[in-house]
Design a protein. Structure first.
Length: 276
């Protein structure tokens, strides 16, 4: 066979096309290195919002600890997270010890997650004081347990048919979480940056929404989110979510509703065209 014929028979097309895209990955910021507790908290989170967190990719961030854990402890944590129903896929970038740990665990390092913790988002002078709280990763899987204060201040309303709604009168602050199981949630105050509100039904927020709001947590595709001032880190309905970077800038600070239409998350101002 001639050289020309050999060259013409070679296939130079790649078998796989590699592109770098934007994906939503949960970030687990470890605050207390208690493997059993972390595993239980993640299991509870997955059970309450399976559409969003079940088999979710998770970045493990040890940057909040005084010392990087040893490989054996880190492996135990990864096993606990897998048993809880999520998939740890990388470590967040930190110190040189953290880099050595990633090599020992056979996991990659992702640098953007550490950077987002170290710098807060710009806050305008007119924004409420709570907006100055450090911004967690837009889709952070916080290790903070459900706030006892937030749970205790939630009261039932609407005693008519069906499950009564849950009403939260006090602000939901960073690290706190309020969950309305099998019902709607009404928040009369604000939801701060790093806070989280979850409902199996719809969510109504009468103050600014700066944290995360997850409606239809058990798969109710008819659930909606309504808020008076939209600055959300993340919104989700029945597992379909958008983070702040995916949301049109013209909606920020406006009264907004969020709903699901043909498996696509929709957002619009409350004074705009009515949602179907």
């Amino acid at each position: 066979m001639s050289p020309a014929r050999v060259a013409s028979s070679v296939d130079y097309e790649p078998a796989g096309e590699l592109k770098i895209g934007q994906v939503g990955i949960a970030n687990l910021r470890v605050r207390t290195l208690d493997v059993a507790r972390l595993g239980e908290e993640m299991r509870d989170r997955v059970s309450r919002a399976p559409k969003l967190f079940e088999r979710a990719a998770v970045i493990v961030d040890f940057g909040g600890l005084a010392a990087t854990p040893d490989a054996a402890t880190a492996r135990d944590l990864l096993d606990a997270l897998r048993s809880a129903g999520v998939l740890p896929v990388a470590l967040a970038y930190g110190s040189s010890e953290n880099e050595k740990l990633a090599v020992a665990l056979g996991l990659p390092l992702l640098s953007k997650f550490r950077a987002q913790y170290e710098s807060a988002s710009p806050v305008s002078a007119a924004a409420p004081a709570e907006a100055a709280e450090p911004q967690a990763d837009a889709i952070a899987a916080s290790t903070a347990p459900r706030s006892e204060t937030a749970t205790a201040s939630a009261t039932e309303v609407a005693k008519g048919g069906g499950e009564p709604g849950l009403m939260q009168a006090a602000p939901v602050r960073s690290g706190q979480q309020v969950y309305a199981e099998n019902r709607d949630l009404t928040v009369l105050a604000s939801v701060g940056a790093g806070a989280e509100v979850i409902a199996d039904g719809s969510i109504h927020i009468y103050g600014p929404l700066r944290g995360r709001a997850l409606a239809g947590a058990q798969g109710n595709e008819k659930a909606r989110i309504f808020c008076r001032a939209f600055h959300a880190e993340l919104v989700a309905v029945a597992g379909h979510y958008k983070v702040l970077e995916d949301i049109p800038k013209e909606l920020r600070g406006k009264p907004v509703q969020v709903w699901l239409e043909h498996d696509e998350l929709k957002l619009a101002t409350l004074d705009g065209p009515p949602a179907p």
